[in-house]
Design a binder for this molecule. Structure first.
Ligand code: PLP
Length: 361
């Protein structure tokens, strides 16, 4: 679906990193990457971690999500989003998505909160369970921006912090501003299949210096800096990105603009073709710029979806459906959810098609 492409300074930087012997969590490539990523996304702070899942976990941790809290998100997502919520001992609430953006529906979010939540002592509480609704994680599906401004506005009215799962959306923009920089925190992934990769990796974006400092601290085992003593002032995690991965990633980030142009060109060619044969090719909305990470078509039915995928795979061209909805998986079957009408509609119809950077046109 999406192959990595190493066409820049990858070998030079990785070799330099090996020669320096600083291959682990201390080294200049980590801070170089963090600075360049924050510049690229035009936000104050970027913190590099071992993967997108740990980035989500650390973000939930710093906004104060605790055991038995509830976290709003969508069932139409990759399992990592829901897993990270469970790692905090919290439970996801699945809000339906919109058909066009494939991300969290602001109107469904608003309706859910109006019907089920109330503010008690400045906190948003689920009236039915008595638990705190402690965060909201909208996800920018396949790099297409969700209606992030409206979601942030609703969450602000309900005193709910927003963590954008922008794991698939580096390079995408909403009204000219990078995704991942609208919420209190934004999360990116650099897994092997993402738009740029460090093998495995992730990052957290924020404009809040307090969150940034705390994330740096808890992702490095909460060790208090000292010349020789090992004092850890709270429960910490070993989540910092190794320098070796950051070296690869610095070279990848240099090529991101080129990747974005190349993918948009492919998307335009797909769109022309699918328009001609009357198949819906998913496109960005007004005011939005998608990174076209994974490109997708929307077919007419589950039967048509399955026969398309089978025909494509037997012709030697990879095609695959979207994820199974989170509440249909054993770990999340009892989670609170609304009707999931649009999520079901999309799950039965969306097919991802080959979306890699192409070095030959
Ligand atoms: C890739 C991805 C993540 C994080 O994945 P890691 O493999 O842990 O880096 C999180 N959420 C979504 C939606 C993703 O696609």
């Amino acid at each position: 679906m999406h192959e990595p492409f190493f066409g820049g300074n990858e070998k030079e930087y990785v070799l330099d990193c090996i020669n320096s012997t600083f291959v682990s969590s201390i080294g200049s490539y980590v801070s170089k990457f963090e600075e360049e990523l924050a510049n690229y996304c035009k936000c104050d702070e970027a913190i590099a971690v071992v993967n997108g899942t740990s980035a989500l976990h650390a973000a939930l941790h710093v906004v104060g999500v605790k055991a038995n809290d509830e976290v709003l998100t969508q069932a139409f997502t990759f399992v990592a989003t829901a897993n990270a919520i469970k790692y905090c001992g919290a439970n996801p609430i699945f809000i339906d998505v919109e058909i066009d953006t494939m991300g969290m529906s602001a109107s469904s979010l608003k309706i859910f909160l109006e019907m089920n939540a109330e503010i008690r002592e400045g906190k948003c509480i689920n009236k039915n369970t008595g638990n705190k609704i402690a965060a909201c994680i909208p996800m920018h599906t396949y790099g297409f921006p969700v209606n992030i401004e409206e979601i942030c506005e609703i969450c602000e009215n309900w005193s709910i912090p927003v963590i954008e799962d922008a794991a698939e959306a580096l390079g995408s923009k909403y009204k000219g501003k990078a995704l991942g920089t609208y919420g209190d925190l934004g999360v990116l992934s650099f897994n092997g299949n993402k738009i740029i990769t460090s093998g495995g990796g992730g990052a957290i974006l924020t404009n809040n210096p307090k969150y940034a400092q705390e994330i740096k601290h808890i992702t490095t085992t909460a060790k208090v800096p000292h010349l020789y003593e090992f004092h850890h002032d709270q429960l910490g995690f070993n989540y910092r990105m190794p320098n070796l991965n950051a070296a690869l990633l610095c070279a990848q980030l240099e090529q991101l603009d080129q990747f974005l142009l190349n993918k948009r060109e492919l998307a335009e060619r797909y769109k022309d073709y699918f328009d001609k044969i009357g198949v819906k090719f998913k496109w960005e909305k007004n005011h939005c710029e998608a990174n076209f990470w994974l490109m997708c078509i929307q077919l007419e039915s589950l039967e048509e979806r399955n026969s398309f995928i089978e025909a494509s795979i037997s012709a030697g061209i990879m095609a695959r459906p979207s994820w199974q909805l989170m509440h249909t998986l054993p770990a999340f079957k009892d989670c609170i959810r609304d009707d999931q009408k649009n999520a079901k509609f999309l799950q039965e119809r969306i097919v991802n098609i080959p979306s890699s950077y192409r070095s030959i046109n």
